[in-house]
Design a binder for this molecule. Structure first.
Ligand SMILES: [Zn+2]
Length: 144
């Protein structure tokens, strides 16, 4: 078990998706960064899981099958990388804490999730890369 990171492609925003089982204008990017269907989400919430599956199960399966291959990027992943195992994540956070923690590295201190899921805002990417460079500079100067 570990932590993987992905960067979603921009094919949805650029209108490059292959035609699928629901109309393009029904699609949106959900809070976890996945392509979703407004209509299917609304029917699922209305009907509950069992009734939804009975009425829309085949369409939902077709939708998920399509969404895995709806553009040139498998699962819509522009980049997919294994980050570390959970012990490595804990070690990283411990290192950040040792060299100043939240006061010194406010973004790095809260960057990594502690469970499945999560989205890191692209707006913070440049700032966190600067923190990461500073962090790496500090820890490479620490005598182990
Ligand atoms: Zn794509």
């Amino acid at each position: 078990m570990g932590l993987d990171a992905t960067v979603r492609c921009r094919c949805f925003e650029e209108g490059k998706l292959k035609p699928g089982p629901v109309p393009y204008d029904d699609l949106y990017i959900d809070g976890e960064g996945y392509i979703a269907s407004r209509r299917l989400d609304a029917r699922r919430a209305e009907l509950g899981r069992r009734r939804f599956a009975a009425r829309y199960g085949e369409l939902e399966k077709a939708f998920y099958d399509w969404s895995d291959h709806c553009c040139e990027h498998e699962n819509g992943d522009y980049v997919a990388e294994w980050v570390s195992n959970w012990a490595g994540v804990a070690e990283f956070e411990s290192r950040v804490e040792e060299v100043g923690g939240e006061a010194e590295f406010p973004l790095l201190s809260h960057m990594l999730p502690h469970g499945n899921g999560g989205v890191y805002p692209v707006e913070l990417a440049e700032a966190i890369l600067k923190e990461l460079d500073r962090f790496l500079e500090i820890i490479t100067n620490v005598d182990e």
